[in-house]
Design a protein around this ligand. Structure first.
Ligand code: NAP
Length: 408
């Protein structure tokens, strides 16, 4: 029997597919189809092409069949296929990412974007603040470096000049303790503004963490953390804001924490102060954005700040202690990656972003989308995490160890 391709009224593309498929056949396939010249509709129902689709096993001519399958798909099916591929790509990105999906989709700043801008990093002597100062120096910004320890700031200035070729006059060292009286903070803000005649960005990086159970954390520690992590920044922002308004522009860059997004067992006061900070600055954005003042609240999860910095101090139940959980962990974001993503957030004027890996990132989304499930998980891992902080074991982010710790 023959295939009536010539008599068929299928379009030329379909005919091409039919011929292609027959080239791979060892035995002719019986085709009982007949086509009728007079009736196109009937022809397309009975034609050899449709008949063969059912009869030829795909191994006979797989490429022909795939091409044909695609050609045969309706626009709706193609739409669904594109959507599935898009969603799979998003899932892959989500597994790999070190930041939220909104920031992931944004562009990095062009090299010259920050050139000549005045960036005031408050809390610049070590850790994340120092790394941010280095990143902005590489972008050609003019810098004001502040914290309590003047010697460390002077050292950083020398490093920026020798390593990044930044002119000495473009780095200004200005010590500050943000927990001092409002008058002192205001005076320092005036000096900062006077030096370059303007301030474009202020980075609120000062902050200390806390590792102690709720019932043991002294009230003194709670007061100190509120002063350093929250009220000090409120004072600074209050004094800076009058300059931003008179300039007609300015950008508050707030280094918050994922502890403001995910309630943090073993860090209750820290988590509360970072939540307060986040709410304060986002409320400010809602008031002042239309008058040229922008806010970016950048929420880091655990960051690997590298070795060229002093060990991070955290508050224990009665005062400062050396952080015990400093082991390397895959959950930590490398500090260079962190600073690059932070500058991306600032360039794109993102209101809030999360720079962190899983499991913290996953918990952030879970608490936003399914808050009750998120809280139930936190209640399960909470006791184990408090125990990890107490003993200095683990990294504070190993979920299985935390679940284990609960039962011991
Ligand atoms: N490292 C992380 O994994 C991580 C994770 C989430 C969020 N964060 C947040 O990121 C920020 C930086 O963290 P980090 O780990 O880099 O901390 P860090 O190493 O302890 O650095 C804190 C900086 O703040 C300065 N500082 C402290 N108290 C101050 C005060 N009263 N007035 C002015 N400056 C003061 C310190 O310098 P002086 O001692 O010279 O004053 C230092 O430069 C903090 O807000 C922290 O909460 C960090």
């Amino acid at each position: 029997m023959t295939v009536h391709t010539r008599e068929c009224h299928c379009d030329p593309k379909t005919l091409a597919v039919v011929r292609h498929r027959f080239q791979g056949l060892k035995h002719p396939i019986a085709c009982t189809a007949t086509s009728t010249r007079s009736n196109k509709k009937q022809s397309s129902r009975n034609c050899s092409y449709h008949r063969i689709t059912r009869e030829i096993p795909s191994r006979v001519c797989s490429s022909g069949l795939q091409a044909q399958t695609l050609l045969n798909m309706s626009p709706g099916s193609i739409g669904i296929l594109v959507l599935v591929v898009y969603l799979l790509k998003k899932v892959y990105d989500f597994i790999q990412t070190a930041c939220d999906l909104h920031l992931l989709g944004k562009k990095d700043p062009p090299k010259e974007y920050f050139t000549g801008a005045v960036v005031w990093v408050v809390g610049a002597s070590q850790g994340i603040g120092k790394a941010l100062a280095r990143q902005w120096a590489q972008h050609g910004a003019r810098l004001i470096l502040s914290s309590r320890k003047k010697e460390s700031l002077v050292q950083l200035k020398q490093e920026l000049v020798s390593t990044y070729g930044i002119e000495e006059g473009n780095v200004f060292v200005l010590p500050i303790d943000i927990t001092e009286s409002y008058k002192n903070v205001e005076n320092t803000v005036h000096q900062a503004h006077e030096h370059f005649g303007r301030i474009d960005y202020v980075v609120y990086n000062v902050g200390a963490s806390q590792h102690a159970p709720v019932e043991e954390t002294s009230h003194d520690v709670a007061m100190q953390l509120v002063g350093m992590n929250f009220l000090g920044h409120v004072a600074l922002a209050r004094a800076v804001q009058s300059f931003f308004l008179s300039q007609g522009h300015g950008h508050h860059v707030v280094i918050g924490s994922m502890a403001a997004v995910v309630p943090s067992p073993g860090q209750a006061v820290y988590s509360a102060t970072k939540s307060a900070l986040r709410s304060y600055f986002l409320s400010m954005a809602s008031e002042l954005d239309s008058r040229g003042t922008h806010v970016s609240v950048i929420c880091p999860g655990p960051v690997d700040v590298g070795k060229d910095t002093q060990p991070r101090k955290v508050y224990g139940k009665d005062g400062l202690i050396e952080q015990k959980n400093t082991k390397k962990s895959r959950a930590r974001v490398d500090v260079d990656m962190f600073t690059k993503l932070a500058l991306r957030a600032v360039y794109n004027k993102v209101d809030e972003c999360w720079i962190t890996k899983h499991p913290v990132l996953l918990m952030g989304y879970l608490l936003r989308l399914l808050p009750r499930l998120g809280m139930n998980i936190l209640k399960k891992i909470g006791p184990g995490r408090v125990k990890q902080f107490h003993t200095g074991t683990g990294t504070g982010y190993d979920v299985m160890m935390m679940l284990d710790g609960k039962n011991k």
